[in-house]
Design a protein around this ligand. Structure first.
Ligand SMILES: Nc1nc2c(ncn2[C@@H]2O[C@H](COP(=O)(O)OP(=O)(O)OP(=O)(O)O)[C@@H](O)[C@H]2O)c(=O)[nH]1
Ligand SMILES: [Mg+2]
Ligand SMILES: [Zn+2]
Length: 352
């Protein structure tokens, strides 16, 4: 088996991360990029190849946001123990599904998000806006990839509509089944660049992933004989090195990301509405019929696009619901904590 080593820049290392290291850390630590996580076991790749390590016990007390996720950079000391997590350039998070209300980290240090949609009835400006808000909130450059361009006459019509969503928005119409698609997307998949994809079911995400990865997808874990012992602990590795030099992040759930806590993304995407809203009489105006609402007045004068305004209000309402559930959850947790303390101290008194 061939042994292929990767340089740090090939793994996505750059000045932003380097400058976070102290002089001592520069000498005594090595950075490792997180390729996959399986419970408390981290699967990383650094200059020395693949490296597996467990989360230090002390880290289990950290908040979710302080723990490593796929795409993160972790500093490893000379004993191979993780020392600390480096600050991220971008972060995708979502509300975990199910009864539990908590934030879940999806991916870190992604450079480009391919927002995949098709040139057919699936195409929806409001859905694209939802994903754009997500990308902007995470701090990631969005690129709209319109698949199935081979199946329609009026491709330009779809592109023109998408172009209205945000000034300077990158849009590429493709046939995802053609190998040529790689050339169109390559500018975002150069050495050290990390890309991820989102989009509805059936739009061609897997087709694109396959095209980008081609047959020659580099599975770093399997290429190192030296680390063969680690191979039996199969982890769901979800960062892949692409043959063209970039990295593709394909962790479970990432492709169907739901909007969670991304108020800033919504605000940034709907700048024209936010600008008007600053003139509402009340600071906390919901723009739902309050007196002195500048947004309603502007809509009345036809100064705001009705579809965008509707979608803006819808996304804001979703944010608010998510926030309220979080607040409610925190309140319950607090009460539960207090109750536990009461029970414990009562028991202690009993024993005394
Ligand atoms: N003609 C044409 N067909 C496409 C194109 N992109 C995808 N398809 C087809 O559309 C179908 C769905 O593509 P997938 O790649 O499985 O879609 P997906 O986004 O991964 O779907 P989920 O896994 O369900 O989320 C497949 O039959 C593809 O061959 C395209 O650009 N042109
Ligand atoms: Mg798929
Ligand atoms: Zn208002």
């Amino acid at each position: 088996m061939t042994e292929k080593a990767y340089s740090l820049p090939e793994l996505g290392w750059r000045h932003f991360f380097q400058q976070q290291l102290t002089l001592e850390e520069l000498e005594t630590t090595t950075p490792v990029r997180v390729f996959g996580i399986n419970r408390h076991l981290i699967d990383g790749v650094g200059e020395a190849g693949r490296q597996q390590f467990a989360l230090p016990h002390a880290w289990l007390q950290y908040s979710v946001q302080e723990l490593p996720t796929v795409g993160d950079w972790v500093l490893i000391d000379q004993e191979g123990q993780p020392l600390r997590l480096l600050e991220r350039t971008s972060l995708f998070k979502r509300m975990a599904s199910g009864h539990e209300v908590r934030v879940q980290l999806m991916a870190a240090n992604v450079d480009t998000l391919f927002i995949v949609s098709s040139c057919n009835q699936e195409f929806s400006l409001s859905r694209l806006e939802r994903y754009l808000a997500l990308a902007l909130d995470a701090g990631v450059e969005p690129v709209v990839v319109l698949t199935k361009a081979d199946l329609v006459e009026d491709v330009e019509g779809f592109c023109a509509q998408a172009r209205t969503l945000r000034p300077g928005l990158m849009i590429e119409a493709v046939n995802a089944k053609e190998t040529k698609v790689i050339d169109v997307l390559r500018p975002w998949c150069t050495t050290g660049q990390t890309v991820a994809l989102v989009g509805s079911s059936g739009v061609g995400k897997s087709t694109l992933v396959n095209a980008l990865s081609s047959a020659a997808v580099q599975d770093v874990g399997a290429t190192r004989d030296k680390d063969a012992k680690g191979r039996h602990t199969t982890t769901a590795r979800s960062l892949h090195l692409l043959p063209g030099g970039g990295l593709l992040l394909d962790s479970p759930g990432m492709r169907e990301l739901q909007l969670s806590d991304c108020e800033e993304g919504v605000a940034s995407l709907f700048e024209e509405i936010e600008a008007v809203a600053r003139n509402c009489r009340f600071n906390d105006c919901q723009h739902l019929g309050e007196a002195g609402c500048a947004v309603a007045a502007a809509a009345e004068r036809d100064e705001l696009d009705p579809r965008r305004l509707t979608n803006y209000l819808k996304l804001k309402a979703e944010q608010k619901r998510a926030d309220e559930t979080m607040v409610e959850k925190r309140r319950k947790d607090k009460n539960f904590g207090k109750m536990c303390k009461r029970v414990m101290s009562a028991k202690k008194k009993e024993r005394e």
